[in-house]
Write a protein that binds this ligand. Structure first.
Ligand code: KG4
Ligand code: ZN
Length: 305
């Protein structure tokens, strides 16, 4: 069950934190109730309550954490604190519980873009991350500049089908070096190009921009998989819903003879099923979380040293 707030925020061109927290307060109880009804599960059949404790907007996180603690107490089941980034990594396990590890995961959302080596359950190494904008943020900013609305990723994805990905030559920053990413120069290059060529077809701009992002994400993931001897490549985070990225990543996997794992598109963007999947693994490995856990807006992925 996903209750999206996109329509509430679209008129402002991005998420408004105060509106997000209030909508969480109003919607959380009916959404939980409806999820139980649709799943045909009575509340005394719930095994545990998992919840995102961060990273994210503190107001929205606090609403979720408080509600989850209350439900865990009332239902007398374990409370499990989940890292939002780890939850994205677990989206793929919902469809493929037997994923072969180690895996290289491209984790790209509105707030994060990183390349993660997943060596075991809960065992991650961050190989690289963005030094400026996240990939989803770049999609959103370019879409806003092109007048395509919010959120920008799906709009650019859709329009790109009608455009030529090679129409405009755009930068692929730090393509051949290391595993870090940079997308803010690409965004500026798009703006400069459109200013100089106002007659350009928006679909060509969208497709060329998208291709530049996808080129870098796929090239680095592929190189990492080769260097680490990974069994497969996996996509996670909202940007993993991008159709061109999905197509190009699978092609790369076929060429390199490794497996490609793509969570269903609705499992890539934020959802509670991925949180439940991560909670299940965390409960097995660490047991229940203490009830004095708070909300952590800047939480990072737990890594092994
Ligand atoms: O993971 P997510 O749902 O929320 C965060 O945790 O940030 O990711 C949202 C991001 C937004 O920037 C959105 O534009 C992007 O994912 N996104 C996409 C697509 N669908 C969502 N980007 C490119 N193509 C898509 N189809
Ligand atoms: Zn997310």
């Amino acid at each position: 069950m996903v209750s999206s707030q996109v329509d509430l925020h679209a008129q402002y061109g991005g998420v408004v934190p105060e509106i997000a927290s209030r909508a969480h307060v109003e919607l959380l109880t009916p959404v939980v109730a409806r999820a139980l009804v649709e799943a045909g599960i009575a509340d005394d059949h719930v095994d545990a309550v998992g919840v995102t404790i961060g990273p994210g907007l503190v107001g929205a996180l606090l609403v979720g954490v408080s509600a989850a603690k209350a439900l865990a107490l009332v239902w007398d089941v374990p409370f499990v604190a989940v890292n939002h980034l780890e939850a994205h990594l677990y989206a793929a396990f919902l469809e493929e519980p037997e994923l072969e590890l180690p895996l290289v995961v491209v984790l790209a959302s509105g707030g994060h873009t990183m390349l993660v080596a997943m060596e075991g359950h809960g065992r991650y190494r961050v190989l690289g991350s963005t030094i400026d904008d996240a990939a989803g943020e770049a999609f959103d900013k370019v879409a806003r500049y092109l007048g395509l609305g919010y959120p920008g990723g799906p709009a650019i994805d859709e329009l790109s089908v009608e455009g030529d990905p090679n129409a405009i030559s755009l930068p692929r920053a730090i393509l051949d070096e290391g595993y870090d990413f940079s997308f803010s120069g690409l965004k500026t290059a798009v703006v400069n190009y459109v200013r100089k060529h106002p007659e350009v077809a928006t679909a060509d701009v969208a497709a060329s921009f998208q291709e530049a992002v996808v080129d870098v994400l796929v090239a680095k993931a592929r190189r990492a998989a080769r260097e680490l001897g990974a069994k497969g490549l996996c996509l996670a985070g909202g940007v993993a819903a991008n159709s061109r990225l999905r197509e190009r990543l699978l092609d790369a996997c076929v060429q390199d003879g490794i497996r490609g794992f793509l969570p269903g598109r609705s499992m890539c963007t934020d959802n509670a099923a991925m949180v439940a999947a991560a909670a299940w693994w965390r409960l097995r490995s660490d047991g229940p979380s203490p009830l004095d856990v708070g909300a952590y807006p800047n939480l990072s992925l737990p890594v092994i040293s």
